[in-house]
Design a protein around this ligand. Structure first.
Ligand code: ATP
Length: 187
C-alpha cells in the first residue's frame, strides 16, 4: 500500500522548516510522497492583510519544483470556505482508495487537534504524525518527526518588514518572489 503525507498550512511563505520536515517525514515515516495543501485564509482570522492564494501558490510551486516526492494540491483553495481537513481527506480517499494517508501536523497544533471539525471521523480515516518544532517532548499518542528547526513564517514576514535578510530561511526562488512582488513590507 502506498503511504502519502498530507501537509496543510497557510505557507505564507513556505520556508525551509516546512521543506526539511516534509523530507524528514518521508524518511522517518516511510512515506512515498508528501502533498502540500495550501489552506484558504479567512481574512477575519488575521490581523494583517492575507497574501493572495495565487502568490502563496507561486512560492510553494517554486519551492518544491524538481523534488519528485513533493507535490501540491489546490483543492482547499477552490472549495468555498470554511474548508476542513476532513473534507480534503474524503476527497483524497475517493480519488485513491488504496492509499494510506498520514496527516502531518506541527507540534504547535497538537493541543487543538481534537477540536478539528469531525475529528472522530477524521481520525478513523488518517494517521497523524507530529512535526517536532521545539525539541520538547509533549504528551500525545502520535509518532513524531524529529528535527528542531526554529523557523516560522511569522519571523520571515517580520524580518522582511524590518529590512532584515531572509536568506538561508527560504529557498532562493521564494526569496526572489518575495522581493519582486514586494510582499510583507508592512509590519
Ligand atoms: P505562521 O508563523 O504564519 O503561523 P508557520 O511557519 O507556522 O506560519 P504554517 O503555514 O502555518 O507555517 O505551517 C504549516 C504547518 O507546518 C503547521 O502544522 C506548522 O505547525 C508546521 N510548521 C511550520 N514551521 C515548522 C517548523 N519550523 N518545524 C516544524 N513544523 C513546522
Amino acid at each position: 500500500m502506498r503511504n502519502i503525507g498530507i501537509f496543510g498550512g497557510t505557507f505564507d511563505p513556505i520556508h525551509y522548516g516546512h521543506l526539511i520536515l516534509a523530507r524528514d517525514a518521508i524518511e522517518q515515516l516511510g512515506l512515498d510522497s508528501v502533498i502540500f495543501i495550501p489552506a484558504a485564509i479567512s481574512p477575519h482570522k488575521l490581523d494583517r492583510e492575507p497574501t493572495g492564494p495565487e502568490i502563496r501558490l507561486e512560492m510553494l510551486r517554486a519551492a518544491i519544483e524538481g523534488e519528485p516526492r513533493f507535490c501540491l494540491d489546490v483543492m482547499e483553495l477552490e472549495r468555498p470556505m470554511p474548508s476542513y481537513t476532513v473534507q480534503t481527506i474524503e476527497a483524497l480517499r475517493a480519488r485513491e482508495p488504496e492509499t494510506g494517508f498520514v496527516c502531518l501536523v506541527g507540534e504547535d497544533n497538537v493541543a487543538r487537534l481534537s477540536t478539528w471539525h469531525r475529528f472522530d471521523e477524521l481520525s478513523k480515516m488518517v494517521q497523524f504524525a507530529i512535526l517536532d518544532r521545539t525539541g520538547l517532548t509533549t504528551a500525545h499518542p502520535y509518532p513524531v518527526v524529529r528535527r528542531h528547526l526554529d523557523i516560522s513564517a511569522t519571523e520571515i514576514r517580520n524580518r522582511v518588514a524590518s529590512g532584515q535578510s531572509i536568506r538561508y530561511l527560504v529557498p532562493p526562488v521564494v526569496e526572489k518572489i518575495i522581493h519582486e512582488r514586494q510582499l510583507y513590507r508592512e509590519p
